[in-house]
Design a protein around this ligand. Sequence first.
Ligand code: CA2
Length: 145
Amino acid sequence: MSKSIYVLNGPNLNLLGKREPGIYGGQTLDDIKASCIAHGEKLGFTVDFRQTNHEGVLVDWLHEAGEKALGVAINPGAYGHTSIALHDAIRGIGIPVIELHLSNIHAREEFRHKTMTSAVCKGVICGFGPVSYTLALDALAHVTR
Ligand code: CA2
């Protein structure tokens, strides 16, 4: 069985570290990618880290992960709040998916309090900034061993 973990990122996360550092912190997505790869190595995982602004691409990557990966950590961005397509894809792929958010979505605007994706994920981590990503990898190590 492959030890590959997909870390998937949704819309606008490519802007991290460039705008709104008050909410999302100063690290760029490349910084987060580097810490995920390093943390993944410690856990025995090969991390495949990706970002897209397109909902259908996230669906395609989830399907691909279902064929090739042990599990997925996903920051769906705003699509988490809106996307039945992501809900259906996560439900269909048969490997554990951990949803994560940098910010505590429950402490923000009411429209961020619910996600379409959380009920079909193994668990949800939010509010720890970039550490949410490494915590999601720890959670995947926990549920895949
Ligand atoms: O807290 C998170 O990780 C979010 O998934 C981030 C999404 C937001 O829509 C979710 O409610 C919570 C937004 C990512 C956009 O990031 C930006 C970064 C810098 C400047 C503008 C947007």
